[in-house]
Design a protein around this ligand. Structure first.
Ligand SMILES: [Zn+2]
Length: 279
């Protein structure tokens, strides 16, 4: 997951339905039970190999010959949190109990997902993303949607129940995913109302918060899955830093089956909003 921004973080309770407190408590109870084994694992585990394997995994996911050498990688810290990772401003912070429980392949995919955010951060347009919460949400949906293909390609139910080990999160994400198509149409309606000046910025953000949960993971993952099903994966990866391209490819992918999902008008609005930032 990624750190949240501004107003999108103002009401934690409504944003994330399952409280962080309960996830942290469950994690600590598990750590307590396995503390000696976790300690032993920390002494014997090869963290350096994990980091280089995760970079290789990212490189093969992106389909490039080598990763850009000018990217500044962040240090990775392993702490006890909830079963998750966070991309902070100056470091990646990953729950160590989660790493302990995972298979090596799962660890590599998990870290490669977080590295994707760091790598993308190098190519993103920060001026666009951080101009306001609306831009931030538009971009984050694309960002998480592509990143989830690295470690959650098996689907949310299997990922959250088998890998993260939380039935609660599995149900939550499956439920968000099942209404993603509808929510993306709602996103479009909200943004067009804002573009047409029918609603002001704060109302727009309030309305977005009703569908933008957990940094827009489910919306983005639904979109990237439709893009891949339509055979447009390579195009999606080629323009992995550009949110407009992500929405354009989703429109292209879904128009083959349904022309009611995203409209040209919406795409033109997004193009107008983003084109000064992306060449
Ligand atoms: Zn993420």
């Amino acid at each position: 997951m990624q750190s949240v921004f501004g107003d999108l973080n103002r009401d934690k309770e409504s944003e994330n339905i399952i409280s962080l407190e309960s996830l942290v408590r469950a994690n600590y109870e598990e750590i307590n039970e396995n503390y000696l084994k976790i300690k032993e694992f920390r002494h014997s585990y090869d963290f350096g190999s994990l980091i280089s394997n995760a970079k290789s995994r990212l490189q093969s996911f992106l389909g490039c010959d080598s990763l850009d050498t000018s990217v500044k990688w962040k240090p990775v810290y392993f702490l006890f949190l909830s079963a998750d990772g966070k991309d902070m401003d100056d470091a990646l912070v990953i729950d160590f109990n989660l790493i302990y429980k995972m298979t090596e392949e799962q660890r590599i995919n998990f870290l490669a997902h977080e590295f994707f955010h760091v790598y993308r951060g190098h190519f993103e347009n920060h001026e666009f993303n951080y101009a306001n919460d609306i831009n931030f949400a538009i971009d984050m949906i694309a960002n998480e949607g592509i990143a989830d293909q690295i470690d959650k390609y098996m689907g949310y139910r299997e990922y959250y129940s088998s890998i993260i080990g939380s039935k609660e999160l599995a149900e939550e994400f499956v439920s968000l995913y099942s209404k993603a198509e509808q929510d993306i149409t709602t996103l479009q309606t909200i943004l067009l109302q804002y573009a047409d000046k029918q609603i002001d910025k704060n109302t727009c953000i309030d309305k977005l918060l009703e569908i933008y949960k957990y940094n827009g993971h489910a919306l983005g993952f639904y979109m990237s899955n439709q893009i891949i099903l339509a055979g447009l994966k390579q195009e999606m990866l080629k323009s992995f830093h550009n949110p407009y391209e992500f929405y354009r490819l989703y429109l292209l992918a879904t128009n083959k089956n349904n022309d009611k999902l995203l409209s040209r008008k919406f795409l033109n609005y997004l193009k107008k909003t983003t084109e000064q930032y992306y060449q």
